[in-house]
Design a protein around this ligand. Structure first.
Ligand SMILES: CC(C)(COP(=O)(O)OP(=O)(O)OC[C@H]1O[C@@H](n2cnc3c(N)ncnc32)[C@H](O)[C@@H]1OP(=O)(O)O)[C@@H](O)C(=O)NCCC(=O)NCCS
Length: 207
């Protein structure tokens, strides 16, 4: 039983923020490296809901998974521009009280970025997450298939994503769906929270 997949909308922000937050640390909660859950959702979910492409995975009527992305760099810029005023006004209103605890990660993310594959060939990108209790029954594969089919329908020539060698299930899933490694390199980004370096991987697929 794979659950139901439907397009994501602005009303899904809270549920998708929760899914993203509960899975962002190699499938576990982001709390240990990013204590501000509201900021996490506003940075990594809100922009996709205000100009990106996304699908929600439900089981028993409950949101348990998501795939969020964009069709290309212009759409990504639009998504960020759409979300920026809300981010700014929420910041000014004091909505991100745990921001200081997030600064080590934000600083390291800038420092240890692996970059991306050429957007001329692989303009789209995606983020895929399924809550722990809902994994292993086909929902992640179905979300990915739905997203790739929609990109194909829109005439997008290729897609890329970033992950790490720690995300064993994700790597197997992406390889099964025809993604190949564009580049990979060991990085110290996660060392304070993981206790070791991780191998970061950029994967690509033509559509
Ligand atoms: C990756 C993830 C989205 C897969 O979701 P899922 O619903 O469990 O995936 P599915 O049940 O559709 O499985 C699809 C494929 O994933 C791979 N897979 C799933 N669980 C696996 C595991 N424990 N070990 C190795 N491969 C696994 C298999 O290739 C599987 O295909 P198969 O069933 O034909 O063998 C989910 O494990 C997840 O959210 N993990 C944590 C966050 C993450 O890593 N996100 C991706 C970051 S880029």
């Amino acid at each position: 039983m794979t659950g139901v997949v439907r397009p994501a909308g602005p009303g899904d922000l809270a549920a998708l923020g929760r899914v993203a937050y509960d899975t962002a640390f190699f499938g576990e909660s982001a709390r240990r490296f990013f204590p501000d859950e509201a900021l996490f959702a506003d940075l990594w979910v809100r922009p996709y809901l205000s100009g990106g492409l996304g699908f929600v995975g439900l089981r028993g009527g409950r949101v348990v998974g998501s795939i969020l992305g964009v069709t290309g760099p212009a759409a990504y810029r639009r998504a960020w521009l759409g979300a920026a005023p809300t981010l700014l006004s929420r910041a000014l209103a004091g909505a991100y009280s745990r921001l200081p605890g997030c600064l080590p990660y934000l600083g390291r993310a800038g420092l240890f970025s692996l970059g991306h594959a050429p957007t001329s060939h692989f303009p789209a990108h995606l983020h895929l997450n399924v809550l722990e209790g809902a994994r292993g029954t086909g929902l992640g594969g179905r979300l990915l298939d739905t997203f790739l089919a929609e990109l194909g329908r829109r005439g997008v020539p290729g897609v890329q994503l970033s992950t790490t060698r720690e995300n064993v299930a994700a790597l197997a899933l992406y390889e099964k769906r025809g993604f190949r490694v564009w580049t990979e390199r060991e990085r110290a980004l996660w060392r304070p929270w993981l206790g070791r370096n991780a191998v970061h991987v950029v994967m690509v697929r033509r559509l």
